[in-house]
Design a binder for this molecule. Structure first.
Ligand code: MET
Ligand SMILES: [Zn+2]
Ligand SMILES: [Zn+2]
Length: 463
């Protein structure tokens, strides 16, 4: 097979030999394949500049990079909460497994909730495996605030792909698959097995997804030694990598008090007492915010955040209700004393008066930290590749929660990493979008990371 060099100065061309894109130098009359170097005009990678981005942007479908086409196909599957079309997603991954010649296993962790596992076996089955995890569901949209239909995967003339899940995290699922495809086509084999897990329901807490899956014999049979899961885009040149997470505590405070006519000065009302708790919690929020603001070394994930997200109660303007409630989304930093923190919440309720109680809708109690020094061979391999590729890494604590918490809690070290730099953070936002060149660069990054991770020598525990 040979490269087919294009004479066009812009756009994507496919190298049939290396199964990857040719890079085209803007203004030159011909292209080169960056892998097999036929007709090379300069070193890979192209410097990643906005001008280059538009040079790399394709116009018509016939010019589009096949990995981008696949990404857009996946984005069109409506796996949107609260009623995700998981059947279509599972069928999509089964078809990928068939096309790539990968093992495919479906594990139904709850009725209708399937974890799809695609497997590329390693050469040394004695070694633990690499787990590449991604969730298949996406959060709902406010359609009226979008510039394009969020399930159409519209690509604008600049190369930005608009879709719910473009960043969180359908890009990562396809980047894993495309990196594996490239490596397989190039004829590589690695000592460690690579498993890709596609899991449901992360966006609603993972209770019918990863939380159940890690307890199943099928999960233990994967013998995962290390996992990658989602991160967050970085608007700068750097890439963020998460080594721990804050713990979600979703708390509902219910206040009860004396009811009556809306014209009277009734004492001991539900509203009065709820107001006190809300004030205590929002004062704590302000304190944590100030702590974050005043210390430039602290990142968002290192302090505890809280937001008042729901207020419920009442039936009429002139009826004082006997019950009112407030719901809070706490994200508790990993270094917090969890027992003391819960006691603090209880004491705010008690201080507000009689009949004020709290309940938890989510309460994660097992924060874990994956070491980011060379004592951790997985970190060493991961960071070495990034160094070799000249990628600067910003290690942080994930401010939100991902399925990584379940993976780490069963003893598997995990890093949260979405290979998206120079990208505004738009997860869960209107007009969530990703530039196709950033997406493709992410495939390159995994194409370098996977060989390194899947070739980490036997650990002391494995020999
Ligand atoms: C607490 S469930 C996690 C849902 C979502 N990933 C979030 O962080 O909000
Ligand atoms: Zn996500
Ligand atoms: Zn999300």
């Amino acid at each position: 097979a040979r490269c087919s060099h294009s004479t066009r100065p812009t756009g994507w061309r496919w190298c049939c030999f290396m199964e990857r894109p040719l890079t085209l130098t803007r203004g030159s009359s011909w292209a080169h394949c960056s892998y097999c170097h036929r007709g090379a005009t300069g070193p890979w990678p192209l410097t990643f500049q906005l001008t280059t981005r538009s040079a790399m942007t394709s116009k018509g479908p016939e010019e589009e990079h096949p990995s981008v086409t696949l990404f857009r196909q996946y984005l069109r599957i409506r796996t949107v909460q609260p009623k995700p079309d998981y059947g279509a997603a599972v069928a999509f991954f089964e078809e990928r497994a068939r096309q790539l010649g990968l093992g495919c296993q479906k594990v139904e962790v709850a009725p209708g909730y399937v974890v799809t596992v695609l497997t590329w076996p390693g050469t040394n089955p004695a070694l633990s495996s690499i787990l590449l995890n991604s969730h298949t569901d996406v959060v709902p949209v406010f359609k009226e605030h979008w510039s394009h239909d969020p399930f159409e995967a519209f690509k604008d003339s600049e190369g930005y792909i608009y879709a719910r899940g473009a960043q969180d995290m359908k890009c990562v699922s396809i980047q894993y698959l495309e990196a594996v495809r490239r490596l397989k086509v190039e004829g590589h084999r690695f000592p460690r097995t690579i498993h890709m897990t596609f899991v449901p329901d992360e966006e609603v807490g993972g209770h019918q997804g990863m939380e159940l899956f890690v307890q199943r014999p099928e999960f233990h049979a994967l013998r995962a030694g290390f996992a990658l899961d989602e991160g967050i885009a970085n608007p700068t040149d750097a890439f963020t990598v998460f080594y721990s997470e804050r713990s979600p505590w979703w708390v509902r405070v219910t206040s009860t008090g004396r009811p009556g006519h809306g014209s009277l000065f009734i004492e001991d009302t539900a509203a009065e007492k709820l107001h006190k708790v809300v004030s205590s919690i929002l004062a704590f929020r302000e304190k944590e915010w100030q702590r974050l603001q005043s210390n430039p070394h602290l990142k968002e994930g290192a302090v505890t955040s809280v937001n008042l997200t729901k207020l419920e109660g009442g039936v009429a303007y002139n009826v004082v209700p006997a019950t009112m409630s407030a719901s809070f989304d706490f994200r508790v930093a990993p270094d917090v004393d969890f027992k003391a923190f819960e006691e603090q919440l209880q004491s705010w309720c008690q201080a507000a008066g009689e009949g004020v109680t709290l309940e938890f809708a989510q309460k994660w109690m097992h924060p874990q930290v994956t070491p980011t020094d060379d004592s951790n061979p997985w970190w060493a391999a991961f960071s070495r590749v990034c160094k070799d590729m000249n990628l600067s890494l910003e290690p942080e604590i994930m401010p939100a929660a991902t399925d990584s918490r379940y993976i780490r809690a069963v003893g598997v070290p995990a890093l949260g990493f979405s290979p998206l730099n120079r990208t505004p953070v738009l997860l869960h936002d209107h007009d969530e979008r990703l530039h196709e060149a950033v997406f493709l660069r992410g495939v390159d990054i995994y194409t370098r990371l996977l060989p390194a991770l899947a070739s980490v020598p036997a650990l002391p525990s494995e020999s």
